[in-house]
Write a protein that binds this ligand. Structure first.
Ligand code: GLN
Length: 603
C-alpha cells in the first residue's frame, strides 16, 4: 500500500501509461534510438524527500531542459545586467529553433529558445584550467546531487546535423552576442544538450531551484537565490516554447521541456517535479509529460497563482501581560500589582512567514488595540522568514508606536528582523519572549514605586504567610524555622527528589527550571524574588520535586521542614491550620492565574 502522495502520482501515471500519441524527435537521428514507451514521473520536496513512479531511472539526454540551468549559471557569473544586455526575456511565441533575434540589436528573445541558449552557453566561463563544458557538467551534477555523464552518440549525431544551430550561432556572432570561436560554443551547446539524466535527476535539479538554489539532498548551494528567481521568471513565460501561454494558463508551474522527452517544473518553496516520456507533440513538448503535469497541478492544486491567504492567519493571538505573566514566582503582592498594571502591556504574536500582507495585519492590530496601552510586545517566535518588505514596515511600526508615546519590544529569537532596522529608535529586541516579558514586569513594578526586591531583605515577619498568622501564633512558629544560606549556584531543590521542606525566600534570587525532555538543556520556568514562598508543593504528600531550583545570587531562606510541620500538626494545631490555610489560599490564587494562562494558550 503506497503512501497517499505516491498514490496520487501513481494514479496520474497510470492514467497516461498507455498513451502512444506523439513522435520521437528525429531531426537528431540518434534520438530515435530511445524506447518510446518509457514514462516516468518524479517529485522532490524542498527538504529532499523524493517520490517516483515508472521509468524514473532510465537515462536520456537533457536537451533543452539544460537551458534553464545554464541560464542560472550565467546569471550567477555575470549578474543580471550583463546577461540582459545579451539575451532578452520576452516570450517569442515561436518554435524552439526559430531565429528569434531583435532586428536591430541581434539580442535573442529569451534564453529558453535555441538562439538565447547558445548565447548563454557562450557566457559560461571558459578558461584553460576550467574549460566551459566540464564546468557545465560539474555544475549540473551539483544540481542533480550525483555525477552526471554525457551521451557521446547523441552529441555526435546532433553535431553532424546541427546546421540550423550553427547558422543561429553565426548570426549571434555577427551581432557580437557571442564571441569567438563560434564553433567551440556551438559544440559545447550540443554537449550540454547531450548530458544524460534520469527523471529522478531532473526532479532533484528542479527541487534545487524550488529551494532557492540550495540542493535539498546535499545541502550545498549551487546558485544564488536572486539568479533562481530570474530563471523561474523566464521559465514561467518562455519555458515551453510557443506553448508557454497555454501552459501557464492551465498548469501554472514554471517549467522547461526538452526534445529528449524531459519536462521539469519548479514550484518555489514546495516541489521540484519531473516527467519523462520521449513522444513529443507538434510543439516538441512531451505528450505524456504535459498531460501528467496538467493533472498533477489540478489534483494537488499547484497553480502558482493560487496563493493561500497567509495573512488571514498571521496573527496567532493578541493578549495582555496580565493574562500571561512571565514570572509566577513573585510574592502575591507583586503578582497583584502586575495583574493590574499588566493590562497596559499588549502582546501580539505572529506566525508564518512575514510579508507585506501579514505585517499589514500586525500594524492594523496594534492600532486597533493600543488605547490604554503603554507597551507593545511583538512576539516573532513563530514567524518563519522575512522578505524585503519587513525592515521598512517594522521600522514604520516602531516609529508609529514610539510617536504615540508607547514602548516597543520585539522578541526575535532567530533574528528575522535585520539588526539595523531600528537604528536610532528606542526599540528593545530580545532573544526570547520570556526575556521581553520579564523586562516589562520589572519596569511595571519599578514604576509602581515598589522597592527593588532583589536588593531588599524581607524580614521573617514580613511574609504574607507570617503576617497573616498574627503575633502570638508567629512567636510560636519562629523557633521551628531554620535560617539557611545558599551561596550563588547552589541547587536548593533538585528535580526528582522527595519534598521534605518549604522555603521563605528572604534575600537573593533563585531560578526554577526543568530539565528539557529532549536534551539535557534547562528550561527556565520562573524566577523567584524575596518575599515569595516556594517548595510548598509536595511537602504534605511527600511527592517528588517536579522542577529544580538554583540560587542565582547568594540566597537566604527561612526553612520549615516537613518534620517541623508535622510536629506543629501534633503540638500546635492553630499554627498548623493557619499555615495550611495560607498555602491553600495562595495556591488557589496561583491556580486561577494559571488557568487564565492555559485558557489563553488554547486560543
Ligand atoms: N539540442 C536540441 C537543439 O538545439 C535541443 C532542443 C530542444 O530540446 N528543444 O535542437
Amino acid at each position: 500500500m503506497h503512501d497517499a502522495f505516491t498514490r496520487t502520482i501513481t494514479d496520474i501515471h497510470a492514467r497516461y501509461a498507455d498513451v502512444a500519441e506523439g513522435a520521437l524527435a528525429d531531426y537528431i537521428p540518434e534520438l530515435t534510438q530511445v524506447d518510446p514507451t518509457h514514462f516516468g514521473l518524479a517529485v522532490m520536496t524542498v527538504d529532499g524527500r523524493g517520490y517516483a513512479v515508472g521509468d524514473v531511472d532510465v537515462g536520456f539526454t537533457i536537451q533543452s531542459v539544460s537551458k534553464a540551468f545554464a541560464y542560472a549559471m550565467a546569471m550567477d557569473a555575470w549578474g543580471p545586467a550583463a546577461v540582459e544586455e545579451r539575451v532578452d526575456v520576452e516570450p517569442s511565441g515561436e518554435a524552439f529553433n526559430s531565429i528569434s533575434l531583435d532586428p536591430t540589436t541581434g539580442r535573442p528573445r529569451n534564453p529558453m529558445i535555441n538562439a538565447g541558449a547558445i548565447a548563454v552557453t557562450g557566457m559560461v566561463g571558459d578558461t584553460p584550467e576550467r574549460p566551459r563544458f566540464p564546468r557545465i557538467l560539474e555544475t549540473f551534477s551539483r544540481f542533480a546531487a550525483r555525477e552526471l555523464d554525457w551521451d557521446h552518440d547523441v552529441y555526435r549525431s546532433e553535431s553532424a546535423t546541427g546546421f540550423r544551430n550553427r547558422a543561429i550561432a553565426n548570426m549571434l556572432r555577427s551581432f557580437d552576442i557571442i564571441d569567438d570561436p563560434v564553433e567551440a560554443i556551438v559544440e559545447d551547446y550540443f554537449r550540454q544538450c547531450s548530458i544524460r539524466v534520469t527523471c529522478r535527476d531532473l526532479a532533484t535539479m528542479a527541487a534545487t531551484l524550488a529551494h532557492t538554489g540550495t540542493n535539498p539532498v546535499t545541502g550545498q548551494r549551487v546558485v544564488e537565490a536572486p539568479s533562481v528567481e530570474r530563471v523561474l521568471s523566464v521559465m514561467s513565460t518562455c519555458g515551453m516554447y510557443d506553448y508557454s501561454g497555454t501552459w501557464m494558463y492551465e498548469v501554472g508551474i514554471p517549467a522547461k521541456s526538452g526534445v529528449g522527452g524531459g519536462v521539469v517544473g519548479v514550484l518555489p518553496g514546495q516541489f521540484g517535479i519531473a516527467a519523462y516520456s520521449p513522444l513529443l507533440d507538434a510543439k516538441f513538448n512531451s505528450v505524456r509529460g504535459v498531460a501528467a503535469f496538467r493533472d498533477l497541478s489540478r489534483v494537488l492544486d499547484l497553480h502558482l497563482l493560487r496563493v493561500p491567504n497567509v495573512s488571514a492567519h498571521a496573527i496567532r493571538r493578541s493578549y495582555l501581560l496580565a493574562d500571561a505573566p512571565a514570572n509566577r514566582g513573585r510574592p502575591d503582592g507583586d503578582s497583584r500589582i502586575l495583574e493590574d498594571l499588566g493590562r497596559r502591556v499588549l502582546i501580539v504574536e505572529l506566525q508564518g512567514d512575514l510579508g507585506a500582507a501579514s505585517l499589514e495585519r500586525l500594524v492594523r492590530r496594534v492600532r486597533e488595540l493600543r488605547a490604554g496601552i503603554d507597551t507593545v510586545v511583538v512576539d516573532l517566535r513563530r514567524a518563519g522568514a522575512s522578505d524585503s518588505s519587513t525592515t521598512g514596515l517594522m521600522r514604520g511600526l516602531a516609529q508609529d508606536v514610539i510617536d504615540s508615546g508607547q514602548d516597543l519590544l520585539i522578541a526575535d529569537p532567530i533574528g528575522i528582523i535585520e539588526a539595523t532596522a531600528f537604528d536610532g529608535l528606542a526599540v528593545t529586541v530580545t532573544a526570547s519572549l520570556d526575556e521581553a516579558l520579564l523586562r516589562c514586569e520589572e519596569e511595571l513594578l519599578r514604576r509602581s514605586g515598589r522597592p527593588d526586591p532583589s536588593a531588599a531583605t524581607v524580614e521573617v515577619t514580613d511574609f504574607e504567610l507570617t503576617r497573616e498568622l498574627g503575633d502570638h501564633a508567629l512567636q510560636r512558629l519562629l523557633p521551628h524555622l531554620e535560617h539557611v544560606r545558599f551561596p550563588a549556584g547552589t541547587l536548593i531543590i533538585e528535580q526528582g527528589t522527595t519534598a521534605d521542606a518549604f522555603f521563605l525566600l528572604a534575600a537573593g534570587a533563585a531560578r526554577v527550571f526543568a530539565a528539557d525532555n529532549a536534551g539535557g538543556s534547562e528550561q527556565r520556568i520562573t524566577d523567584l524574588t524575596p518575599g515569595v514562598v516556594f517548595g510548598e508543593l509536595g511537602v504534605l504528600d511527600e511527592a517528588k520535586r517536579s522542577a529544580s531550583i538554583r540560587a542565582l545570587t547568594d540566597v537566604e531562606c527561612h526553612v520549615l521542614t516537613r518534620e517541623a510541620l508535622m510536629k506543629l500538626r501534633r503540638t500546635d494545631h492553630l499554627v498548623y491550620t493557619r499555615i495550611i490555610e495560607h498555602l491553600l489560599l495562595s495556591s488557589a490564587e496561583r491556580l486561577r492565574r494559571t488557568n487564565r494562562e492555559v485558557a489563553l494558550l488554547r486560543t
